[in-house]
Every structure is written in C-alpha cells, then in structure tokens.
Design a protein around this ligand. Structure first.
Ligand code: TSJ
Length: 638
C-alpha cells in the first residue's frame, strides 16, 4: 500500500471520516451539481480570507487551470507545519485529513470558514482526485500530496522561499461531480462579493483555459461602501454620498453602508462573517429599528413631519434604499427552519446602537441629504395609502367574484386548471395568429399591447393601475404578494411567447421580473415557461424543417446537403408565421419546445442581487442581464 506505515487507530478513524464524505457528499457540500463544484473553491478561498481578516494576508490569487483543477494562492503566514499534539502529525496534514479540523488551532479573531456552510479543507480533499498543498514558511517550501483524500507522502521540503504563504491545487473527482467544468462568471461574482466584504483585500481570478488568458482583479479600499455604489451603478442615486457606519460593540464588528436611489425597491443585503443571510435575523432587525427611529426623531425635531402626521414607517424610509449590513461575530447562532437566520440578540443591539449614534450624527452634518430622504419617504407614505385603498377595492371585487376577465383574453373552454395553459403573447398580430392556431379547449391567449411596465422602476400604485398587469393578475386568478393563493391559479402553465430576438427577450425579462416580484411562487412551483419559436424554416423538395438555433440549422443542412434547392427563411418575429406554422412549431404540445423557468432555491439571494444590479434603465446592463438570463432558465423538453 502506498500509505505511510505508522498509522494508529486515530488515523484509521480519519480515513473512515473522509470515506463518509465521499459516500454522502451532499451532506457536506449541499449537492454534487455545478453548485457543489463551485462550493469547493469557496471552502478553500474562505481559509485565506480568514487569514486576511486576522490581518496577515493582503492578496489571494485564484486560477482555473486548463484541466479544470483550481489553484488558490495567498500571501498569509502559511498553514502551520509543526506537529500537532493530539494527532502527532503536521498541522497541515490534520487540516486536510481530519473532518472539521479547520480553524481549531490558532484561535482568536472571526472566522469566515467553518461557519454556516464552511466544512473545511478536508471535505475538499476527500472530494478531489488529487490535491497538493505547498507552504512557504521559515525560509522553506513544504509540500504534501493527497489522492482521494489519502496522504501520498509525508510532508517534505521541496525548496527555499523568502516569503510566506499557502498554495493549494485540487482537481474535483469527476466520479462524484456531475460535470467538472468551472464557470468563470460564477466564481467572478462570488469573489467580487468577497472582496467587497473584506476591505483592502486584493483577489485575482485567472482563467487559464482561455486564449488569451482571462483575468479579473477585485480590490476595494472602500469595502461595502463601494459595494453599495456598485449595486447602484446603473441607478440614479438621490444624493452623492454613501452613508457609512462602523464600530465594535460586545466584540461584534459592525459595518453598514447605504444610499437611496430614485427607484421604489428596497435592496438590503445582510452578511454574517462574509456569508449572505437571505433570511436576515437580529442584525437586520437592529438595522431596521435604527433607520425607523433615527429618521422619525430627526423629522420631528426639524419639523419635516407635522405634529398631527403619522410616523414614517420603516417601509417608507427604505423605499429605494440600497444597503449592506455586514457583521463579524465569533460565535454566530443560526436559527429557523433553514438555519439561516442570525439569532444572536447582542447583534441586534450592536447594530442598532452603532447605527443610531453615527446615523444621527450624519444627518445633523448633512441636512440636505436628510431632507431628501425624508421627502421621499413622505411620498412613499402617500402612495402606500393610495395603493391600500386601490387594493381594498380590488379585494372586495374579487371577494364578490365579479372581477371580470380581461376583454382581450381569449379564454379556454376547459375549466379544470390542470388541463389549461395561458399564452402571454407579445403584440396584437401574433396574438391574432395564436388565437386562431390554439386548441380552444385548453389554451387561452392573452395578447399584450405596447411596452410592458418595468416594475423595478414604478411605484406600487402605478403598477397596480397598469392595464397589462391588471389583465395578467385577473386572468391568473391568484392575487399577488400576501394575498397570493396558488390554489386559485386558473392555468397549470403560464407560457411567455415573444419574438426570438433581443426585444422579445427584453419583454420576457420584464414579465419574469413582474412574476418574480409579485407572485414568486408561480416560478418556484414551476408554472412559468418560455415558448421557443424557431429561428429558421428550411424547405427542400416539398419537405420542411424548423431550426431553433444556428447550430441546429447547420446540422440540418449537414444532413440534407447544402445546395441551391434549399429555401431558408429566417423568422424575424412571430408575426411572420401563419397560424398553422405557429401551431406546428411553437404551440402544439406534441412538438413544441418549452423552457421551464426555475429559481435555484439556494441561489435566490444572488438572483435578487442580479435583478437589482442589472435591471436599471440603461441598455447595456439589460442586454447583459438577458445574456445571463440563460442561467435562470432550465431546459425542459416536452
Ligand atoms: F484550508 C486550506 F488548507 F485549504 C487553506 C488554508 C487553503 C489556502 C489557500 C490557504 C489557507 C491558509 C491558512 N492561509 N493562511 C492560513 N493560515 C493559517 O492556517 C494559520 C497560520 C498561522 C496561525 C497562527 O496562529 O500562528 C494560525 C493559522 C490558522
């Protein structure tokens, strides 16, 4: 056997430990999908981030190598190589071979790794075909290699070095992961986020699979202040400064950065030890209390709110607010069903007191900004009252069940929702073709006219007043937000059918945004689809083929031969197809291709961030969003 000889009972247990990881990888890293594969990189990088938080590391380099192995290099102190007493092995070997050994030595400071998701380097090792670690420390370079988690040779000296640091390279095991192919953009987004959350830390990501090599650097002196500017970069801020609070209380390090923009959505993200907390918790509660209290106190003191007027609500004050709350705490407690909600009560008082003091001071120093924010909140308060009235009226009519279906809806005759689907069609002419093409029993058609309202850019009263949106809400039957009831859904499938071009993709995006913000369960429960009209029609010797992509056209041409008897038509829009073509290619359940829109549950907070960063009113980010939208959509052949 290739393993070292002198392994005692402890060591056998260790190997069994890592065997357990290989048997049930999902228990340790969530899944063996792309997501789990990328998780391995974060596990390793988080150890270097801890070294940065401890004050000893300023740079982390991440490489995607040509074979999809990953290299992470930092300039920290280097993982200790001295003999760890309990295991009687070098500390570095313990780190890579004993489950949950990460961060057990050293001590002091806050840790990113080994926290909520952190399972440590040994799990990465167990799930890799091979892993090599090189440590520069005390003038020497030490090295050890593992295969499938097992030590290949004792830690050895392989060279000299004047610097200190750690380098780890690993190749994930392709018998465990579905696909061992790293996505540059996925790593980029996460590493950028890590850099924002760790002021002054420089992170580079290099993709060596590309020619020329692709490299990005993330280095933010302003930390979360720059994160807020980044999220607001395609929006219009209401004032130039980013409000920033920072302090330590009860050993909890608190940082908050915030800035309002002229939109109506709240984009508040909270983090604990650099990990996003989508369900919030005590730190978020403290943030909200501070905002509500400080602004109302200020508004009363400076008579921006009259005596007889109601207090501004937290919702009003957070309209259009972009904020990052980041705390570092040595023993975070997570609660709730998914164990994602911060439970430490001392985190609430730490955030609340640090913010109250510094925000009060900021408003006194910047009265113009204070006034701008309070005026926006006053407008929000008025709109909210108006919207509530409108909704009460709408609710009453639903209750009475007299809510008329929209006039332009061509409903289906079958009344069992299980059998029914509704096509949301862009434009009247395509709507007309769809109406004549459809199966009247089970397929309803709702044509949409003109531009679809971008719900990211409109206040609630205007959204609920929009004709197209009203038509969809009444046709679906479910209601929205808190009144949403999936049992009332009138169609099993909601199918968005737009032209196969950029404008069509844009309209689809606006519709998805509306669904996501107002009836997210519709997407979560898999009721939303995108129709896929063909891009080309090929005719030859009276036979017809449809191609849904350039690749498909090429392969059809390959098959039938490229010659002058080919008649190729490129469809510019749904309107160019007659009813029977539309039926054959896009609507016939026997032949059509539908893409099911899905949200990866665990990814939801990232998707939310994506919406917020990319749905501005400028063209470029929107185009980018559409390109990246593919991620949002899963292929589903029916
Ligand atoms: F976890 C890991 F092994 F995978 C890994 C750890 C991977 C990478 C790329 C870097 C690291 C790492 C660990 N970088 N820096 C450190 N630092 C320590 O482990 C360390 C050094 C000194 C002391 C000390 O108290 O003197 C304590 C620690 C935790």
């Amino acid at each position: 056997m290739e393993e070292s000889k002198n392994y005692g009972a402890d060591q056998i247990q260790i190997l069994e430990g890592l065997e357990a990881v290989r048997k049930r990888p999902g228990m340790y890293i969530g899944s063996t999908s792309t997501r789990g594969l990328h998780h391995l990189v974060y596990e390793i990088v988080d150890n270097s981030v801890d070294e940065a938080l401890a004050g000893y590391c300023s740079e982390i380099q991440v490489f995607i190598n040509e074979d999809n192995s990953i290299t992470v290099i930092d300039n920290g102190r280097g993982i200790p190589v001295d003999i760890q007493e309990k295991a009687q092995r070098p500390a570095v070997e313990v780190v890579f071979t004993i489950l949950h050994a990460g961060g057990k030595f050293g001590g002091g400071g806050y840790k990113v790794s080994g926290g909520l998701h952190g399972v440590g380097a040994s799990v990465v090792n167990a799930l890799s075909k091979w892993l090599e670690v090189e440590i520069s420390i005390d003038g020497k370079v030490y090295k050890q290699r593992y295969e499938y988690g097992k030590v290949m040779y004792d830690l050895k000296v392989v060279g000299k070095s004047e610097k200190t640091g750690t380098k780890v390279t690993f190749l994930p095991d392709d018998t465990i992961f579905d696909d061992v192919i790293y996505d540059f953009n996925t790593l980029k987004t996460r590493l950028r986020e890590t850099a924002f959350l760790t002021k002054n830390l420089k992170i580079t990501l290099t993709d060596l699979r590309e020619d020329p090599v692709l490299e990005r650097t993330f280095h933010y002196e302003g930390g979360i202040k720059e994160f807020v500017e980044y999220i607001n970069r395609h929006k219009d801020p209401l004032y130039n400064k980013v409000i920033y609070c920072e302090g330590v209380k009860d050993d909890i390090y608190v940082e908050v950065a915030m800035q309002h923009n002229d939109s109506f959505n709240e984009s508040v993200y909270s983090f604990v030890n650099n990990i996003i907390t989508p369900e919030g918790g005590m730190h978020l509660t403290g943030f909200r209390s501070a905002i509500t209290k400080v602004f109302n106190d200020y508004a009363r003191e400076f008579k921006l709110l009259k005596e007889k007027e109601d207090n501004l609500s937290g919702d009003d004050l957070r309209e259009g607010l972009t904020a990052i709350i980041s705390i570092k705490i040595s023993e975070p407690q997570f609660e709730g069903q998914t164990k994602q909600k911060l439970g430490n009560a001392e985190a609430r008082s730490a955030v609340e007191s640090i913010m109250s003091e510094q925000l009060t001071y900021f408003l006194e120093q910047n009265p113009q900004i204070a006034k701008t924010i309070i005026n926006k909140a006053l407008l929000a308060q008025r709109a909210r009252i108006a919207a509530r009235k409108a909704r009460d009226v709408a609710r009453k009519t639903t209750l009475a069940d007299t809510m008329a279906l929209p006039g332009k809806l061509a409903d289906c005759s079958d009344k069992d929702p299980k059998n029914c689907e509704i096509y949301i069609v862009e434009g009247d002419s395509a709507g007309g073709s769809a109406k004549s093409a459809r199966n009247r029993a089970t397929q309803a058609i709702l044509p949409l006219r003109g531009k679809i309202l971008n719900v990211e850019k409109a206040r609630i009263d205007r959204i609920l007043g929009n004709e197209e949106i009203k038509a969809m809400i009444t046709a679906f039957g479910t209601g929205i937000h808190d009144n949403f009831n999936i049992d009332k859904l009138r169609y099993d499938k909601i199918i968005i059918m737009t032209d196969a071009d950029v404008d069509g993709a844009h309209i689809a995006t606006l519709l998805l945004t509306f669904f996501y913000r107002f009836m997210p369960d519709l997407i979560r429960e898999g009721h939303v689809y995108l129709a896929q009209p063909p891009l080309y029609k090929l005719e030859k010797n009276k036979k017809v083929w449809y191609a849904y992509s350039d690749d498909e056209l090429a392969s059809i041409l390959e098959e039938v031969g490229r010659d002058s008897s080919n008649k190729i038509q490129r469809y510019k829009g749904l309107g160019e197809m007659d009813a029977s073509q539309l039926w054959d290619t896009t609507m016939d359940p026997e032949n059509r291709i539908l893409l099911k829109v899905a949200i990866d549950n665990e990814d939801e907070s990232e998707i939310d961030l994506t919406f917020n960063t990319l749905m501005g009113d400028k063209v470029e980010p929107r185009r980018k969003f559409i390109e990246e939208n593919a991620k949002f959509v899963k292929n589903l052949d029916i």
